[in-house]
Design a protein around this ligand. Structure first.
Ligand SMILES: C[S@@+](CC[C@H](N)C(=O)[O-])C[C@H]1O[C@@H](n2cnc3c(N)ncnc32)[C@H](O)[C@@H]1O
Ligand code: SF4
Length: 384
């Protein structure tokens, strides 16, 4: 993987879904009236322009349209957003442009339009290949519909990925092995495999708290995780990040921008950004509620509600937190430049002796396969 030290990403958030999945805590909203897409497009154009004024002269290496459900947008809305980005920044010829899509038949009919608009990669939320599970997850598609959408994605785009959720209630290693192998047969170069997380303030959280939804215990979750690593590595799709697997060279370049702590702009309701202005990194966040974001942008030119300069310590911590998720690890030299001090050699030695981290031939410090299941503790120890 090239390190892309001058990578610059643009994240665009589309905050609407047809229904709310009971496990999801993303900034997604259901509206029963039609969404005024031309009005949203004008607001996206305005926010792209005002962001570009703050960080001009960037060369965009990746764009990610995430959500919510961006595949509910009309292709001309997507085209308008992409036009606005290239009007205000230079877009590199080999730019990666990903759109997150829900795998229903209606959405798949728009894939050709997205490709014409400039999208060159889709990421589909398949979640499971079992209809009963899809129902339990509150999904609006069947496994067959999802597979049909994957087939259309394969024909429409050079690059596609899909997501599955595992460590689900009652899931056995045998079931997961069969499902994952079926998924790999449908995958091309990239798969995202997330362990089900019970997020606060979701219906799954209430069910979990009251014992009506039981997730696998730690030992079973560990067996499922190890199985995932073995099967994917054996199929040529090793993990390059905790939950992301790719053939070498086919990693999602946009997500690498986050994990390598490069610079990115966040546009749309509830989008995060990291902008380098006057030598300082700033953490930005826009208003989350779609209609309030819209009004803010229309009156003020930007939906930004948080715009905080990060201290050296905060930046260095973020660099570790994100970078240690990657199989390639982090460059200790870059850590030292950000933090103004090296990583604590005693802590590194202690974690190495435990077998949780190691130094690669390239000098990078990385988490070992034994360390990934306890990643949070490793990061907390190194950042302390
Ligand atoms: C922004 S979300 C959804 C994209 C798209 N709207 C969809 O549902 O297909 C990206 C991915 O996060 C994963 N995800 C969301 N909530 C999760 C949770 N509580 N536990 C594990 N994975 C989750 C799902 O796999 C989902 O496809
Ligand atoms: S999982 Fe996807 S479709 Fe479901 S509510 Fe979240 S963002 Fe919307």
């Amino acid at each position: 993987m090239a390190n892309g030290s001058d990578a610059f990403g643009v994240y665009v958030h589309w905050p609407f879904c047809l229904s709310k999945c009971p496990y999801c805590d993303f900034n997604s909203h259901v509206r029963h009236a039609a969404i005024d897409e031309p009005r949203f497009l004008r607001a996206f154009e305005t926010e792209i322009a005002s962001t570009a004024e703050r960080v001009p002269s960037r060369a965009v290496s990746s764009i990610f349209l995430g959500g919510g459900t961006p595949s509910l947008m009309q292709p001309q809305t997507v085209a308008g957003i992409l036009d606005a980005i290239s009007e205000h920044w230079t877009v590199l010829p080999n730019v990666e442009i990903t759109l997150e899509a829900n795998p229903t038949s209606v959405e798949a009919t728009r894939f050709a339009g997205y490709r014409s608009a400039g999208v060159n990669r889709v990421s589909l939320g398949v979640q499971s290949l079992d209809d009963a599970v899809l129902k339990e997850l509150g999904r609006m598609h069947t496994a067959q519909e999802a597979l049909d959408a994957v087939a259309i994605a394969r024909k429409s785009f050079d690059r596609y990925s899909f997501d599955l959720i595992y460590a689900r209630p009652r899931q056995t290693p045998q079931q997961w092995e069969a499902e994952l192998k079926r998924a790999i047969a449908e995958a091309a170069e990239h798969l995202s495999l997330y362990q089900l997380t019970i997020e606060p303030d979701t219906p799954f959280h209430t069910l979990h708290k009251t014992g009506k939804l039981i997730t696998p215990d730690d030992d079973t979750a560990r067996i499922l995780y190890d199985l995932t690593q073995d099967i994917c590595a054996g199929a040529g799709l090793p993990a390059y990040e905790v939950s992301n697997h790719a053939r070498p060279g086919a990693e999602c370049r946009h997500n690498l921008v986050y994990w390598r702590a490069h610079e990115y702009a966040g546009v749309g309701p509830g989008a995060h950004g990291r902008l380098d202005i006057d030598g300082r990194r700033r953490a930005t966040m826009t208003e989350k509620r779609p209609e309030s974001w819209l009004m803010r942008v229309e009156t003020l030119g930007s939906g930004i509600v948080t715009d905080d300069p990060l201290t050296a310590e905060e930046r260095a911590d973020e660099f570790l937190l994100m970078g240690l998720r990657l199989a390639e690890g982090v460059d200790p030299v870059r850590y030292q430049a950000l933090a103004g001090r090296p990583l604590d050699p005693e802590r590194v030695a202690f974690l190495s002796a435990q077998g949780f981290v190691e130094k690669g031939g390239d000098g990078f410090l990385r988490v070992t396969p034994a360390g990934f299941p306890v990643l949070d503790a490793v990061v907390a120890d190194l950042a302390a």
